[in-house]
Design a protein around this ligand. Structure first.
Ligand code: AR6
Length: 217
């Protein structure tokens, strides 16, 4: 697969430098209610946005997957910041979110949210997952942020089926995005296979709300 070039981005009228990075290979996007929504195949630690969303654990103690990648790129101060929050406010429940600086990351902020562990779908997982996205959008609004990059919360070791997670997550983002004050909302998908699953759901959810058909670069 080829990297997207700046020329291709400009031709598609996607003007921000964010979308002209060589760090991702594929993207798809729509504009809906004045917000640019994109799915990007790539590493979220390279995202040139105001805030990246970490799929964290209740202890904010770092871990594997995207959490590990964000902590490695951000440096040890991120762990200290997480510890302070947990000491003061206790463990994070699924669906909640907190914000810290990004430290050595390109993004100035990190929002840490804890997704649900998949237990068959009958334990409130969908509500908790939607709450993750809502909590993150609320924090972005409070901090007056303009661009956000999500990871695929709960789609790794927490075991949420990827197509079901994509449907819940994208529906919530399309429903709530316009009230967030953000102008750009992206989801970073790490592999080609999960990107394809999310892109299929993206088209379906966009169609449901009457948004334009996503274009693919
Ligand atoms: N950029 C974007 N996405 C990534 C990256 C990256 N650099 N690395 C992995 N992913 P997971 P969860 C994808 O397991 O299911 C941690 O240990 C990954 O391929 O990171 O919410 C925490 O500490 C997958 O599609 O998060 C928690 O204990 C997605 O990110 C627990 O895992 C999420 O997978 C959270 O589990």
């Amino acid at each position: 697969m080829q990297c997207v070039t700046r020329e291709t981005c400009l031709k598609k009228k996607v003007l921000s430098d964010l979308y002209c990075s060589e760090a991702y290979k594929t993207m798809t996007g729509i504009t809906y209610r004045n917000i640019h929504y994109h799915l990007i195949q790539g590493d979220i630690t390279t995202a040139g946005v105001d805030v990246v969303v970490n799929a964290a654990n209740a202890q904010l103690a770092g871990g594997g997957g995207v959490d590990g990648a964000i902590h490695r790129a951000s440096g040890p101060k991120l762990l200290q910041a997480g510890r302070k929050i947990v000491q003061k406010h206790g463990l994070l429940l699924p669906g909640q979110a907190v914000i810290t600086p990004g430290f050595n990351l390109k993004a100035p902020y990190v929002i840490h949210t804890v997704g649900p562990v998949w237990r068959g779908g009958t334990h409130g997982e969908a509500k908790q997952l939607a709450s993750c996205y809502r909590s993150c959008l609320d924090l972005a609004k409070t901090y007056r942020l303009k661009s956000i990059a999500f990871s695929a919360i709960s789609c790794g070791v927490f075991g949420y089926p990827k197509d079901a997670a994509a449907a819940v997550s994208l529906a919530e983002l399309l429903k709530r995005g316009a009230d967030s004050g953000l102008s750009s909302i992206s989801v970073y998908l790490f592999s080609a296979s999960i990107f394809t699953i999310w892109a299929t759901q993206f088209a379906q959810q966009a169609h449901k709300v009457g948004a334009e058909v996503p274009y693919q670069l």
